[in-house]
Design a protein around this ligand. Sequence first.
Ligand code: SME
Length: 162
Amino acid sequence: MLNKEKNLADINRSLAALLGPETDWLANLANSSALLFNFMEDLNWAGFYLKKEEQLVLGPFQGQTACVRIDKNKGVCGTSYAQRKIMLVEDVNQFPGHIACDPNSRSEIVLPLIVKGQVIGVLDIDSPQPARFDDLDQKYLKEFVEILIEQTDFSALIENFS
Ligand code: SME
């Protein structure tokens, strides 16, 4: 296993252990962003935007202060939310409508959080290095999000939850 892959696998194992029996969404999102920010190399931001009405609103994160509200379909985050898909952007300057919260960001990956069929938010990770993220990052981050969703009670964030 490559060092990079081992590190990603370790992060996912650590996530399951770190969350443990805790299901509180705010605590789990806060710790998840700290885990990614401290153990993935070459990041300048890692955190969550959460859906409120039709916008994304800044949630727990690590890194520089960031823009608070992102409209559906705007930027990389709003596109991931609207299209319900992972966005892997090798060069943010080539992405039409990219929202530059930190001018040092060069590449970015955004994963939607889909719970009970609804997008409740996105995980956004930025790097000052061009093309920092690849298919391997995508594979393990997808698993990271699955573990997070599996171990967290997001019912307070799901509209019309019953
Ligand atoms: N770059 C993102 C905005 C969020 S910040 O990077 C933290 C975007 O284009 O959606």
